[in-house]
Design a protein around this ligand. Structure first.
Ligand code: BES
Ligand code: MN
Length: 456
C-alpha cells in the first residue's frame, strides 16, 4: 500500500459530512471537571467508540478508570513488519465560563466565515475527528491500513489526566506501540505546519488562607484582624520578584539551561511580539527580559494565579472582613523540574512567609511532567513529509508551553515517544470564550494525516 490517491480523494469529497459529524461531537458538553456533566462525558466516550466501530476498528472498548473512562480500539492487520502507531486524543473539554462572553451557545456549534465555533472544536474534538476521518478514508477505500494502529482516547486530559497513570501502568501490554501520534499540540499559524518537540509540565494547587471563624463587620474589626484576602495577595505578590523571577526556594535549581543551538532555534521561530500583543489585546508584553517570548513559553517555568476568591463580590457594596480567601495557583514546569519538588518548594515558601495572623492550607490538585520528544524518528519523518506535501513547506519544530499528561506517562510505562502536532491555531480561543476551529486548516490536516500513514 503506497498510493494514497484514493484515500485523499475520499477525504476531499466527504468534507461536508465530516463537518456534520464534528458538529455532533462538539454538541456534547463533556466538561470533565464538573460533576453535573458526568453523563455528557460518558456520551462523548460513547460517540468516539461508535465512530471507531463504524470504521472497522477491533476490540473497541470503553474502559473504566476511577474517573472518566478511556476509549480503546485497535486494528492490527498490517502485520508484524509494519509499525504500530498509537493515536492519542481526549474527548473532554474545558468549562465554558464566562458564558456571557460567548457570541453563540458553546454547545450549539455554528460555522461563521471560515470557522466553526464551539467549546472543544479546536481543543481537541476537531483533532480527534481529523484522525478518525483520516483512518476512515483509508479503511473505506482500501479495506486495510499501511500500519497497525491503537487508539487511546481519554476523558480527563483537561483535569490533569489524573487516572491515566494507573490506567497506562495497568495496560502496558495492551498499549505497546512504536510511538504515539498526538494531535493535541496545535500549530504556529495557518500557513505554518508544526511539529512540537517539547511540552511544559504542570503542578496545580489550591491555596486557602483562613482568618476569623466567620465574616466580620469591617468597621468593628478592621485594623485588629489581618484580612485573609490581603494576606493571600501579599503571599502571592512575593512569589515573583521585580524582574518576573519566581522566588520559591530552589525553584530554578533543576531548570535545564538552553544550549546555544536551542537558543538559535528559538530565535528562528516566526513569532512576533506585535502579533502576540494583537492576539491577546494586552497593552504590552511581560516576562523575564533575558528570554524572548518563544523561550519564555517553551522553555522557562512560570507561576500563575488562575483564579482568586474571597469576600463579597455581588452587586453593590457590603462592608465585610472576609473569613477566608482562596487562590488557584499553578506552575508550568520545564525539564528537569518535577511537580513533587515544586510542591515542596511552594510549601517551604509558605512556611517561611505566611504571617502568624492567618492559617493556610495547600492542596495539590493535579500534576503533569514536562517532556522533550525525539525529533529524528521514523514517525517524525513520515509526518514531516505529509505536512510538506499538503502545505508545500517543511514543518516548523517548536517547544510549546501547554501540558499533556499522557506524553510523559507513555514514555515512562510504554517506552513510546509522542509525535506532537495538530491543526489548532494560536487564536482559536482554546480554554476561552468563543473557541473556534479554522476549517480550511482542519481539512488540510485530515489530508495530511491520511498521507502520513502511507509514509512508512
Ligand atoms: N491542547 C492542550 C495542551 C497544549 C496547549 C499543547 C498548547 C500545546 C500547546 C491541552 O488540552 C491542555 O490544555 N492541557 C492542559 C493540561 C493540564 C490540565 C494538565 C493545560 O496545558 O493546561
Ligand atoms: Mn487539548
Amino acid at each position: 500500500m503506497t498510493d494514497s490517491t484514493k484515500a485523499v480523494e475520499y477525504v476531499r469529497s466527504n468534507g461536508k459530512r465530516f463537518l456534520d459529524e464534528l458538529k455532533e461531537f462538539v454538541a456534547i458538553p463533556s466538561v470533565s471537571t464538573l460533576d453535573e456533566h458526568k453523563p455528557d462525558v460518558r456520551r462523548a466516550a460513547d460517540w468516539v467508540a461508535t465512530q471507531l466501530r463504524s470504521i472497522k476498528m477491533k476490540k473497541v472498548m470503553i474502559m473504566p478508570t476511577k474517573g472518566h473512562p478511556v476509549v480503546y480500539g485497535e486494528w492490527l492487520g498490517a502485520g508484524k513488519s509494519a509499525p504500530t502507531v498509537m493515536i492519542y486524543g481526549h474527548y473532554d473539554v474545558q468549562p465554558v465560563d464566562p458564558i456571557q462572553l460567548w457570541k453563540s451557545d458553546p454547545f450549539k456549534p455554528v460555522a461563521r466565515g471560515e470557522y466553526l465555533f464551539a467549546r472543544g472544536a479546536s481543543d481537541m474534538k476537531g483533532q480527534v475527528v481529523a484522525s478518525i476521518k483520516a483512518v476512515e478514508a483509508i479503511m473505506r477505500t482500501e479495506g486495510k491500513l499501511p500500519v497497525n494502529i491503537k487508539w487511546l482516547v481519554e476523558g480527563e486530559e483537561e483535569i490533569g489526566s489524573e487516572h491515566l497513570d494507573e490506567f497506562i501502568k495497568k495496560n502496558k501490554k495492551l498499549l505497546a506501540c512504536d510511538f504515539c501520534l498526538n494531535p493535541d499540540a496545535g500549530m504556529i499559524a495557518a500557513d505554518k505546519p508544526t511539529i512540537t518537540t517539547g511540552l511544559r509540565g504542570l503542578a496545580y494547587f489550591e491555596l486557602y488562607v483562613y482568618g476569623p471563624d466567620k465574616d466580620l463587620h469591617s468597621g468593628l474589626f478592621g485594623g485588629t484582624i489581618h484580612n485573609p484576602a490581603q494576606a493571600l495577595i501579599e503571599l502571592i505578590a512575593g512569589m515573583h520578584d521585580k524582574n518576573g523571577k519566581i522566588t520559591l526556594p530552589g525553584f530554578y535549581d533543576n531548570v535545564r539551561k538552553l544550549s546555544k543551538k536551542e537558543h538559535e532555534d528559538f530565535k528562528r521561530l516566526p513569532t512576533s511580539n506585535k502579533e502576540l500583543i494583537q492576539m491577546t489585546g494586552v497593552p504590552a508584553l511581560w516576562g523575564e527580559p533575558k528570554f524572548i517570548p518563544a523561550e519564555r513559553v517553551g522553555a522557562r517555568p512560570t507561576l500563575e494565579v488562575n483564579g482568586l476568591l474571597s469576600g463579597f463580590t455581588g452587586q453593590g457594596s457590603k462592608t465585610v472582613l472576609p473569613a477566608w480567601a482562596m487562590a488557584k495557583i499553578s506552575c508550568r514546569l520545564v525539564p528537569d523540574q518535577t511537580p513533587e519538588e515544586t510542591e515542596k518548594q511552594l510549601r517551604a515558601y509558605l512556611k517561611e512567609h505566611a504571617p502568624k495572623t492567618i492559617k493556610w492550607k495547600l492542596t495539590n490538585l493535579h500534576n503533569a511532567g514536562a517532556a522533550l520528544t525525539n525529533t529524528e524518528s521514523a514517525g517524525v519523518k513520515a509526518l514531516s513529509k505529509a505536512l510538506e506535501t499538503v502545505w508545500g513547506k517543511r514543518p516548523y519544530f517548536k517547544r510549546e508551553g501547554g501540558s499533556i499528561g499522557s506524553v510523559v506517562l507513555l514514555q515512562k510505562y510504554v517506552g513510546a515517544d509522542s509525535l506532537l502536532t495538530g491543526f489548532g491555531l494560536p487564536d482559536d480561543n482554546v480554554h476561552s470564550p468563543n473557541e473556534r476551529l479554522h476549517l480550511p486548516t482542519w481539512y488540510k490536516g485530515i489530508e495530511a494525516f491520511t498521507r502520513f500513514f502511507y509514509n512508512f
